[in-house]
Structures are given as C-alpha cells and as structure tokens.
Design a protein around this ligand. Sequence first.
Ligand code: AMP
Ligand code: ZN
Length: 471
Amino acid sequence: MENHIKLYSTLSRKVEDFVPNEDGKVGMYTCGPTVYHFAHIGNLRSYIMEDVLEKTLRYAGYDVKRVMNITDVGHLSSDADTGEDKMLKGAKREHKTVMEIAQFYTDAFFSDCEKLNIKRPDVVEPATNCIPEFIHMIEVLLEKGYAYVAGDNVYFDTSKLKDYYVFSSQNEKELMVGVREDVTEDVNKRNKSDFVLWFTKSKFENQELKWDSPWGLGYPGWHIECSCISMKHLGDYMDIHCGGVDNIFPHHTNEIAQSESYLGHKWCNYWFHVQHLNDKTGKMSKSKGDFLTVSRLEEKGYHPLVYRMFCLQSHYRKPLEFSYEILDNMESAYTKLRRTISRLDPDTEPEPEAFAAYKAKFTDALADDLNTAMALTLVYDVLKAEMSDRTKLDLLQDFDAVLSLDLTAGELAAEDDVDAELESYVLEKIQERTEAKKAKDFPKADAIRAELLEKGIVLEDTREGVKWKKA
Ligand code: AMP
Ligand code: ZN
C-alpha cells in the first residue's frame, strides 16, 4: 500500500498520490489543543481522524514520526490577533495560574485521547518550551525583510509575498481580504492581513507569562509556535500537516507565510484538514461554553469508543452533525459487534487466502482518501463471510491496528450488558403501558408503572413521549 495511498490536500485542492520526501518515512505534524479548557468532542473528531491517518500510514509500512504542539501561550480569543489570551482567560475563570491551567487541561486532553484509543504523538511539545526558537525565527524574518517592528510589536509583512492566500481560489481570495474588515483595526499593521509574531505591547498589560526578547519583554504570537516546533523535530521539509478546517485561515496560511519566508523554499507538501462536528446550533466550539466532552458522554452511559465509531462512520471531509439518536444506534451496534466477535471460535483453521483477499479490500478502502465508512462495512462483511472463525479474528485484529475499536477485546463489561438488558425490558414495558392507555385500560397502565417503580425505574410522561430514569 505504501505507494498507493491517495489523500486530498487542501493545498492542491485535489486527491493526490501520497509521496513522502524520504522513501519509507513520513514527517507528520498536528496542531495540538489550546489547553484552557477541556477538549470538546468536535476537537476530538479532528484528533480521531488524524489518528486514523497516522495509523493508516503505519499500516502501509511507513515509518512515521508525528509531532504535536500544546498551545499554552499566544492564542488570543480571536484568531486575528485581538482579544485576550485564551490561557489567561482560563486561569482567571478558575483562579489558578496559567501554568496550572495548562498542566491540568493537557493531562485531561491525553486522558480523553486514551479513552478514544488515540495514540500519543511521538513528540509533544508545549509552546512555552520553545521561546528561544521563536525568537530566532523572528530575528531571521526581520533580517530578511519579511517582518517589521511597529508600536513595539513585531509583525509579519504579508505584502512581501506573491501569494499569501495559498489555500484559496481566486474568488475566495477576494472574499478573504474582506474577512479582515470587521476585525478591530490594529493601527500598527501596514496591511490588513499582517499578523503578530511577537507582542510587547497589547491592549492587555496583565499577560502572566512574559519573556525577554530583543524587542522587549513580551510573548509570541500564536502561529509562530507551529512553524518552529515542527522544524525543531521534523527538519526543514515536512510531509503532512494536519488540523481542523478552521485552522486553514488564518493559522495555517500564516504558518506557511512565515515558514517559507524563513526557509526560502517550499515547506510542507500535504495539508490534511478535518471538517467540523456541528450540533444543531452550528460548529461546536469551546468559546460557546456549553459543549460536549468525553466525560459528559461517559456520564450519560456511552462507551467512549462508541463516539470513535460514530466518527469513523463518516468521511473526514464532510461536516458531521452530532445527534444522540445516531449515537444510541451506534452504541447498540457496537455492543452487538463486540458480543458477536467474542463468540467466534479461535480454535479453528486459519485460511490465508481469505485473509489476504479481505486485507486487500480494507487496504484499498483506507488508501482511497481514508474511506473509514467502507473500512467499517468490511468489518461486517468479514463477520458475514464464509470463512473460519480464526481467519475472521485474525482479520479483525489486523483491521483494529487502524480502527482502534478494541474489536477483539471481548464482550463489553457486564454492567453494560445489564444496562442493555434493562433498557430493552423497560422499553417493552413502556410500549405495553402505552397500548394499555390507548385501550383505556388505566388499571393495567398504572400496574405497569408500579411494577417498574418497584424495580427502581421512574417513568415520566413528556410531550416528546415517555422518558425513564433510575430512581
Ligand atoms: P483548539 O484546542 O481550539 O486549538 O482546537 C484543537 C483542534 O480542534 C484544531 O485542530 C481545530 O481545528 C479543531 N476543531 C475545533 N473545533 C472543531 C469542531 N467543531 N469539529 C472538529 N474539529 C474542531
Ligand atoms: Zn498549529
């Protein structure tokens, strides 16, 4: 498969053959979380699909080195260099220091990743570890004439580039210029699209973390961290850079501007962007406040891998709408799947030909710009196919190197089983009660309610129908 992975790149706006710079090796960079709050399940959609990408490359035989930053400074509440530093906002909210907030939410992020079987990247680097590298890059950009100092901040001069809006078509470019119009104007900027590399003066003087620099005591802009951290660990040429689609502009656009001006050559060949998870009100976002986390889903009784399966069912380049109804269906599908697989007989004969045939199909599905929905369908095809249980188990174990759904880890814990059984019992009783009420047999309806109550189940009649909960 090494030679036939096809991936869409936002840079070429095409599905391309993936060819890394160095034979057999892949340098991969992922924009990490801004650790001022828990990651929501939208953020985690991006990290799940990037995990699938990394594992697909490894499955194909590539030696992958994956690097991720942790944004613990510099990301302002607007992506366009205005507003308060998100970290400071988090620290104020929780009456803690910025570093305490960063540590707490970094740990929380990796704990969520573990629950979702997202592999930890080979290198994880917080931005605050790399201040000397940022300062060096900014010095070079100033020397080369790509940056200027104004009002005591250092800015990148986008007018020095032939093509600043690299990700956009001509029509979009015209629109993009307008994007900046409604942003509070920074009078120091020579061009609307210029962005901050280093702040010493800003609207808020109470920035907690500040470092000495040739331009005075200050702190870095947001974009510089990803350019420097990726170069520190992956060198001057990178194969693939990932993030959610909201990172395309301005974050990744600015990363390319400063990296290629600094290096003097093309920097990264493929740009992989995951579409958003939306809820009914639109894009799920941390700043909206009320967002869904993995812990929240667990509290509601969902196994975290049900959410992973929910994400795998849809293509990473399509927006995905979250709904509990689909998650419920996924939960029962996942429970059944684990149960069916746990009943396969491992003491049967392996069949190498059948194994190879299905492995080839799975490989093709992933190589087709990560067709994870097809890869999941193949799990069911394997279970239905005429082949020995041993072969099925071997295939599912092999597929799980990428899917990471713990397919062969046995039936789900007894507690989940009890819950599933209880749920189907209660639903049956609710149905019986509804029919009794329809037939005006109220004593029977009351008896059913009482029977459930005795078992610790409370019914509630609502406009959307009958709901139940444990007493
Ligand atoms: P942040 O922690 O805000 O820096 O975001 C972490 C990652 O999540 C970035 O790659 C974002 O592009 C991505 N992201 C943010 N919101 C969503 C969403 N609703 N759906 C999918 N990915 C998202
Ligand atoms: Zn980044």
